[in-house]
Design a protein around this ligand. Structure first.
Ligand code: CA
Length: 226
C-alpha cells in the first residue's frame, strides 16, 4: 500500500516539486493550499505523513501543528523558509517531527518522508482508544478484542469518531466529510449507518453505548464509555 501524504503549501511551484519527487517514489500525495483545506482533507482521509509549510494564507503552519497535536499524532515535516523558523522547530516547542529548509533536495525530502511514514505506520498499527483498536492499513476496527464486521461507511464513521473522541459531529458534517456524494444523499442515511454500527457494538458489549446522540446537534463518541 502506498504511503498517503498530505502537503499543506500555498506556493504552486513548491507543491509541484514536492509532487514530482514523491510520485517518483510511489507515494500518494494530496495537496491542500490552506489550513482550512487541510482540515477538511484530514476529516475525510487518514494520512501517514503531513508536509507543512509555515507561511500559509489563513493560519501559520505552527498554529496548525499546535492545534493538531491536541488530538492527532500524525508525523509532521515542516517546510521552512527562514532560519528563525527552523529555530522554533528545533526547539521542539511545537510537536513537529522533522523539518527541511527551502530550497530542499527532492531526494532528501523523499528519504525524510519515508522515514516518518515508517514511524507513523508503527504508531497507526497501535492506534487505540479505550476498547477500540484501529488498523488503518487493513481498514479494520476491533472493539474489546473482537473484530467488527463493518461496511465501508460504518468504518469511516467509527474511525473518525475514534480519531476525535468527545467531538460532536452533525449529520451534515459527517456526510460532507465521509460520503462520496454528500449532496446526493439524505442526512437520514447517516442515522441508518449509526444505528447498525451501534447494533454491532452492542453485540460485543451490551453494557456499553459508546456512540452518543446529542439532540439537535449530532453524534459523538463518549470517552468514558470506551
Ligand atoms: Ca507559504
Amino acid at each position: 500500500m502506498s504511503l498517503k501524504v498530505l502537503l499543506v503549501e500555498d506556493e504552486i511551484s513548491i507543491a509541484d516539486n514536492v509532487r514530482m519527487a514523491l510520485q517518483q517514489e510511489g507515494f500518494a500525495l494530496t495537496h491542500a493550499k490552506t489550513v482550512t483545506e487541510a482540515r477538511l482533507q484530514m476529516s475525510r482521509e487518514h494520512y501517514s505523513v503531513i508536509i507543512l509549510d509555515v507561511g500559509l494564507p489563513d493560519q501559520t503552519g505552527f498554529e496548525f501543528c499546535r492545534e493538531l497535536r491536541r488530538h492527532d499524532q500524525t508525523p509532521i515535516l515542516f517546510l521552512t523558509a527562514r532560519a528563525s523558523e527552523t529555530d522554533k522547530i528545533v526547539g521542539f516547542e511545537l510537536g513537529g517531527d522533522d523539518y527541511l529548509t527551502k530550497p530542499f533536495s527532492p531526494r532528501e525530502l523523499t528519504l525524510r518522508v519515508r522515514a516518518l511514514g515508517q514511524r507513523g505506520r508503527i504508531a497507526a498499527s497501535q492506534n487505540r482508544l479505550g476498547l477500540f483498536h484501529v488498523d488503518h492499513d487493513k481498514y479494520r476496527i476491533s472493539f474489546d478484542g473482537k473484530l467488527l464486521e463493518l461496511s465501508r461507511y460504518e468504518f469511516k464513521l467509527l474511525e473518525l469518531f475514534i480519531r476525535r473522541p468527545g467531538v460532536v459531529f452533525s449529520r451534515h458534517q459527517l456526510m460532507q466529510s465521509l460520503w462520496d456524494d454528500p449532496d446526493m444523499s439524505l442526512e437520514r442515511t447517516v442515522d441508518a449507518h449509526i444505528k447498525s454500527l451501534r447494533a454491532k457494538l452492542k453485540e460485543v458489549r451490551p453494557d456499553l453505548s459508546p456512540i452518543q446522540t446529542h439532540r439537535g446537534l449530532g453524534y459523538s463518541l463518549s470517552e468514558s464509555e470506551t
